[in-house]
Design a protein around this ligand. Sequence first.
Ligand code: CA
Length: 505
Amino acid sequence: MSAPLYIKIKDEDNVAIAVNEIKAGTEVMDGIVAAQDIPQAHKIALCDIPKGGEIIRYGVVLGYAIDPISKGSWINEHMLELPTPPDVDNMEYGTNLVTDLPEPPVTTWEGYRNPWGGPAGTRNILGISTTVQCVTGVLNVAVERMKKELLPKYPNVDDIVPVNHPYGCGVAINAPEAKVPIRILRNLAKHPNFGGQLMVVALGCEKLTVEMLLDEGDISPENVIVLQEEKGFDAMINALMEMAEKKLKILNERKRETLPLSELLIGMQCGGSDAFSGVTANPSAGYAADMLVKGGATVMFSEVTEVRDGVYLLAHRCVSEEVEKKLAAEMKWYDNYLINGQVDRSANPTPGNKKGGLANIVEKAMGSIAKSGTSPIVEVLSPGEKPSKHGLIYAATPASDIVCGPCQLASGIGLQVFMTGRGTPYGLAIAPVIKVCSRNDMKEQWPDLIDVNAGPVATGEATIPEIGTQLFHEIIDVASGRKQSFAEKYKLHNDLCIFNPAPIT
Ligand code: CA
């Protein structure tokens, strides 16, 4: 079977995207001849579009033609005017609650029960939290020694991870929005993969005090080391080594257990998307998400600017007015956040997105939403909040990969599924990341970085349910510790960029 030349999604679409580069003069479909070379993943006009006319993909208006576009022409990002974003007041909710979801092939996995309550762990890690960046240098030296001298003695512990971050001092700690980074760091300190063992390193004079980071009952010399209370560098290192060994002994006793999918919480995000992401990788991830939700698991998706233009579609899937109102409130908060920075959502797409055929944020959003599958949205969270329900959750985080990651970790994800079209070696230290690519060329270029290839959906060699089921198995195997993703195997760990919408002083 030869690969199709183009992908058209909805009947009403007046553009299609090129599966591979289409040469000028090629008859793409009956009566439509490419007027010039159409790059891979880019759009071709299927009819004459007048100046100001709608450009429609996914059945949605991506934008309006700045100049007339003739049939067969290449449509690039310079040819569309961005529509106004959809209104978030008075959105309809609960009108599209899909209950007919695909059955998961398995309904259990192997995880670590979480002594703090909430979702189970996928890994057994000694996590060492920090109140402030000032302690990072000392902590990193200590962690290097811990990994060399202590970790080999405790084979059931997977890793020792310092939770280093740029927050903690020189910040307006009492600003209203400081609650966001503080919440993220508080929840990160008790991540499910840290197995109930709290270890915190403070400096002693910072604005983010130990009292702000931890609950009162958790503050004790058993859990907290304050560097300004130690007599010199050697004493600091010794104190850190001693506390770490005590925690490692306890963590080493942990064992995986067969658990229901209701104990599993995973996150989804995308980065370096292209025009294939919305037809291959993200819908396949959506299919896997539907299977997980059907089996009782909790799946989180995020990235505000990448859902903003399709927010009414999410509102239709909200189970209650309360959930829809929270969704609207989070969108408004982010609109204002962008306005204060004198930009709007059009600041999101990257040069790589555009090279990959994404003309603007509307097109990117329509593809991005596909990773949420079709199930009802049971809860909406502010950045870094923990879910209180099982099912599909919308966590309103920035779309930046390295900011969304820590936010979802704070919400308690045990694993992240990451869709990419252009390619990024992104990974997290606290939880494994599975990477799914949108096209075959990407997998061929990075065979040892991409875990699942959704490209065969574009060439007609596989279906979305087939790739979605493959991804579901990959999620269960990696979450259960039977398999490592490439990012985990090579220890590709991005820094934790904590979302701080409050001023720095
Ligand atoms: Ca992202």
